[in-house]
Design a protein around this ligand. Sequence first.
Ligand SMILES: Cc1cc2nc3c(=O)[nH]c(=O)nc-3n(C[C@H](O)[C@H](O)[C@H](O)COP(=O)(O)OP(=O)(O)OC[C@H]3O[C@@H](n4cnc5c(N)ncnc54)[C@H](O)[C@@H]3O)c2cc1C
Length: 392
Amino acid sequence: MQRRNVIVVGAGPVGTVAALACARLGLSVTLLEAQEQVDDSPRASTTQPPTLEILAELGLIDEYLRVGLIARTFQFWDRAKLELIAEFDFERLKGETAYPFVVQTEQHKLANMAIARLRSMPNADVRMGMRVAELVQQSGSVDVLCENDLKFTADYVIGADGGRSTVRKALDIEFEGYTWPERFLVVTTKFDFKAALGCCLRNYMADPQEWTNLFKVTGDDLKGRWRAVFNTREDETDEEALSDAAVRARLSRVYVPEAGRDYLHVNLYAVHQRVAKSFRKGRVLLCGDAAHVNNPIGGLGLNSGIHEAWDLAACLNRVFTDEDGSMLDSYEARRRPLNIKYVQEQTIANKKRLEERDPAQRARRFADLREIADDPRRHKEFLMRAALLERS
Ligand SMILES: Cc1cc2nc3c(=O)[nH]c(=O)nc-3n(C[C@H](O)[C@H](O)[C@H](O)COP(=O)(O)OP(=O)(O)OC[C@H]3O[C@@H](n4cnc5c(N)ncnc54)[C@H](O)[C@@H]3O)c2cc1C
């Protein structure tokens, strides 16, 4: 008899959404997470309209909106001159999506929300503190072996265990691409950039020496805080970038007065553009950062991972109900090129736009943004692509 069961490795936002989507389709789901708690380090904060549609289908949207900030617009600035270049307004997407805005909130809230739902479902089993070490594929099942010697068996396995994915490595799938020489520094502060600079909740500030992105998120206390993301210099050591003096100097360059330069957290991230050579091997499938990583400018990495998790749950359900194994090939055939075309290309273009050093080229990029923002058709097209709506 067919068991209809799936193991999901990794309880990040992508794994938890994949597990919840599978469980809601009636599949038996075991979610295995290495850590005892969901990782709450400051990473994704922007949830795009098609992702909000998925959260609505999963019954999470009301709770999600309660812990997030609705951001209708985003802005491009010339940081050196503190000049607004262009503003884009998601209201232009009315009719294309039920959610013509993004929600700004921390990614761990989504993972915790999905886990709470899974814990209330009889067909879902959440195991924290369960680090997967190895996979053994049989002809009709997969054995998943954990570091503590526990073994779990399922019909299919979803590897959603992040950029350093053990699952991807166990499958011996190459992670093609490159790592940028600079790192990204994220400073969390209570300084109110909107009040001080007149910017909005989501801002991209270009500068040939050092660009900055400014986002407001809610914080666990829902009182609101800001994240300022900067590039480091290529020759800057991690210690130097993380030093108090360097953090305060960076805040000063984004117009924070001395009295406002205290900060809550600082984190440094390596940044990559990589895509797994394959998203599937036999009965094991990859999604989220396990399948691809990209620079975070534009807020696309997690969003694309959630779209994959949703798509993959539907494909697995079809495999069980229609016994149509080709659905799994179609998952890879569809999702891998989509990631390359819309997520890798777009995030690389977003980074170039912020860091352009050639003055003439920089002026052209600003003029281009202004023209796009002023033309209703191009404004909408730009947003469709930026929000990952063009692809879905
Ligand atoms: C500074 C920054 C800002 C970002 N901003 C955005 C944004 O605004 N929008 C956006 O879309 N994306 C953004 N991203 C990207 C986003 O954070 C990632 O794409 C997202 O975390 C991917 O989720 P995931 O669930 O695939 O992987 P992860 O969040 O990495 O979760 C993987 C999980 O797997 C677990 N795990 C690992 N190994 C094992 C194992 N062997 N066994 C069991 N469990 C294991 C880990 O503990 C972890 O819980 C940003 C990233 C950074 C660094």
